[in-house]
Design a protein around this ligand. Sequence first.
Ligand SMILES: CC(C)(COP(=O)(O)OP(=O)(O)OC[C@H]1O[C@@H](n2cnc3c(N)ncnc32)[C@H](O)[C@@H]1OP(=O)(O)O)[C@@H](O)C(=O)NCCC(=O)NCCS
Length: 151
Amino acid sequence: MSAPSQTVIRGFIPSDINPIHALSLDALSLTRTLSETHHTLMGRNQVIRVFASQTEGVVGYALGWQAKDMAELTEIAIRTDWKGRGAGRQLLNDFVQQTRLLGAGTVDLDVKDSNHIAIGLYESIGFAKVGIRTKYYRDGADAYLYSLELS
Ligand SMILES: CC(C)(COP(=O)(O)OP(=O)(O)OC[C@H]1O[C@@H](n2cnc3c(N)ncnc32)[C@H](O)[C@@H]1OP(=O)(O)O)[C@@H](O)C(=O)NCCC(=O)NCCS
């Protein structure tokens, strides 16, 4: 059996754009172009954290923004063959920690009502459900709004 590969959570570097774009289409079913992903990643106040394996490169990312005392997680995705191994939890904890260091007092996010895996992750980290946007998604699903108070 081969040894598990070393992993690191780090900031964004330009060569991450292509793997993040591919992951966003695959794991989040987004339909944006590479140029749109590039534009999103380069936006103001963006916080981008990357979960990388020494041997496999980028296997997950968390993306959001922070401004003054507010922050929002807008995307989090782990490559399919890395799911269920703790990477998502580490990445989300790291994202929260980064936004806290930048001055955020809360982190908000929204999630599709049927995404039980993500909801389980958010609630286990301490996010509380604070609202619902009815029929928010194109398929008619609701969005649950979650918020985490940072102490
Ligand atoms: C949601 C996602 C980021 C979680 O990452 P992950 O690395 O698979 O999750 P982890 O292994 O760190 O597990 C964290 C928690 O998620 C939940 N979870 C993970 N896999 C699960 C499964 N198969 N069934 C139910 N809950 C699960 C559990 O609460 C788990 O905590 P536990 O291990 O203490 O039980 C990942 O599944 C993903 O990329 N999903 C597709 C994209 C997505 O839906 N993003 C969120 C959009 S809002």
